[in-house]
Each structure stands twice: as C-alpha cells, then as structure tokens.
Design a protein. Structure first.
Length: 347
C-alpha cells in the first residue's frame, strides 16, 4: 500500500479514543489474543545470549591482542553493542520488568555502564517521540539538526544543515559513521540538565564506561591499532544503529502545529513496517514491526509478529492505510524523502 501524502482527519480527538473508539476495539482484540502478556523466558534467553555475545567479544579482543585482526573483533563488538542497545530499548518500555525500580536499574547498567549510552537522556527523548511521532515541533527525532526532515525545515535552515541539506540523501549513510559518537555525547550533554533524574548515577556510570573502555583498548593495543579499533568499532556501531531506526519513520508523513489525529492514526500513519523473516527480526530487534510497537509499546517483542496480523486486518476494516515494505525499499523511501527535502536548497 502506498504511503499517504497527508494524514486524514480522525474520528476522535481523544488521545486514545473513547470507550468504543477504534483504538479501544483494537486493544481488546489484541488483549484477547494474550499478546500483552509478558514473556519472561524469552527475555531471560535473549538477555543471556546478548550478554554472552558482549562478554565473548571483549574476551576475543584480549585473546587476539596486538594484531590487525582486532578490527574484525571491533566489527563484531559493534553488532554486540547495538544488540545491547535494543535490549535497553525493550527494558525502557517495561516489556521485561513490570516495576519501575528494576527497569531503571537494568536500563542504566545496560546503557550507561555497558555501552556508554545515557539511559535517562534516551528514555526522555524516546518517550516524547512515541507520544508524537513525526511531529516536527514535538518529536525530537525529526527536529532539525545536522539533517533536515521537511522542506519547511530546509527553507528555515542556516549554516551546516543548510550546506549538508543540499546533498543529505547521499551523505546519510556516511554520516552514520559519526552516530555512535553523537549518541555518547548526547548522554553526556544531558547531564547538564537538572531535570534529569539520578544525574550523579548516570554520570558516574557513563564516565566509568568511557574510562574502562579507553583503558582496556590502550592497555591491549598500541596507539595506532587502538585508534583504528575505536574508529571501526564506534563507526560501525553508529551505522548499525542508524540502519535499525531509519526505516521506521523517515519518509513517512509528518505533522506540524495543531495537527493531532487520534492515537491510532497518529501511530499507524507515521510508521512503516519492514517485511522479513527471522534474520530481519533479530537484526532490527523486532522494530521492523514499528506500527505494532507504536500502538502497544509495552508489548513484548516476540508478540509483535502475531499482533501484526490483527492490526493489519483491523486497519483494512476501518480504512486506515497500513504501510509495509521490504528492508531495501524502506531505505530507498527514506533516502528519496531526504533528497526531496533538499529541493528548496538546490534551487
């Protein structure tokens, strides 16, 4: 089904519809299928496997030692870091633990201490994204920064974004090499915000990670190999993270101002699903079912595939466009959108 150019007016202005609203009916169907129930054994196995990959990567790093083969270990650790980030994502959505305390504790240990990604900063940013996906004023993921996400932003841009915006579709994947560094720095910058909860803990765990990481790399490798290891590891980590999140919303309709469709349409019409089998599910951490994830953020990842059938049929029933495409096609759509955004800057 083709991507809608604009989001149609909704039947309900209530955040999640009334008692008999579209979302309420869908939620009842999904709940009746048992898909909102937690999956503790799945997450026990998944956390164990991801933890094993993480530990094995660092063990291989020590065993390989002073060799250029360490760059292959760096690539493997980039994948492990991204999988840890995906686990942190599920933890933050309370898919793993029901209570707030174990959720936050695990999130900080996995994110801040494990991979140097600020949990508090990321959770705040991601919560605002879920509330208003693809809203140019309310969703931080489409706020103008280095890249621009709409022609309106392009016309108002200045400096580096305006320069890059002319050819941002061609520069998108090269720029992802810096995304890992950007994620680390964003967590550090957030520590200046007094509204951030547990700033001391967040900062201690973040800087503890950076110190341990640098000490380990430079203790095992000479300076030239150490710098090459960091460049490959952090660069591929950023590329992988970007490739996970780019297909989800980029190139889908955006909202501005007071445009506020009802909850169901706001989530479905701004999200894109990516078709694929088990490999795609693992590589993208289940976020290829982005529509279902946005409708039911606390739904355990392994249930999203089954929920997709219910959601897709229900959207057809009530006449809401449901967009799904292949992985390569999703990148093509995102890049085409980025190229179209730059049109005012190339004229």
């Amino acid at each position: 089904m083709s991507t809608p150019a604009v989001i149609p007016a909704s039947r309900s202005r209530s955040p999640r519809g009334g008692a008999d609203g579209d979302y309420a009916r869908l939620l009842r169907r999904v709940s009746a299928a048992g898909l909102m129930q937690r999956r503790p054994w799945y997450y026990a196995v998944r956390l164990g496997l991801v933890g094993l990959a993480f530990v094995s990567g660092w063990t291989a790093f020590v065993l390989v030692g002073d060799s250029w083969w360490t760059l292959a270990v760096a690539a493997a650790l980039a994948v492990a870091f991204a999988q840890v980030a995906l686990v942190m994502h599920d933890v933050a959505h309370r898919q793993v633990f029901r209570l707030r305390r174990p959720t936050e504790l695990t999130g900080r240990l996995v994110g801040n201490a494990g991979i140097g990604l600020g949990y508090g900063w990321w959770q705040d940013k991601h919560t605002r994204h879920h509330a208003n996906p693809n809203h140019e004023e309310l969703d931080p993921d489409v706020a103008p920064d280095v890249l621009l996400w709409s022609q309106r932003q392009a016309r108002a841009s200045r400096g580096l974004p305006r320069l890059i915006g002319r050819a941002q579709a061609y520069l998108f994947f090269p720029l992802l090499v810096l995304e890992g560094l950007n994620l680390h720095l964003a967590g550090v910058r957030a520590l200046r915000n007094r509204a951030l909860k547990h700033r001391i803990q967040e900062g201690a765990l973040l800087f503890g990670h950076f110190a341990t990481y640098a000490t380990a790399v430079f203790a095992v490798l000479p300076a030239d190999k150490a710098l090459a290891f960091i460049a490959v590891h952090q660069g591929l980590f950023g590329v992988y993270m970007g490739c996970i999140f780019a297909p989800n919303h980029k190139g889908m309709p955006t909202l501005t101002g007071d445009e506020r469709p009802d909850y169901l349409r706001r989530q479905v019409l701004t999200s894109r699903n990516v078709r694929g089998g088990a490999f795609t599910d693992i590589a993208l951490g289940g976020l290829n079912y982005q529509i279902e994830h946005h409708l039911f953020p606390s739904m355990p990842t392994p249930n999203l595939r089954r929920a997709q059938v219910i959601v897709r049929d229900y959207c057809a029933e009530i006449g809401v466009p449901y967009h799904e495409t292949g992985l390569i096609a999703s990148y093509r759509e995102a890049l085409r959108h980025l190229h179209d955004v730059g049109v005012p800057l190339r004229q």
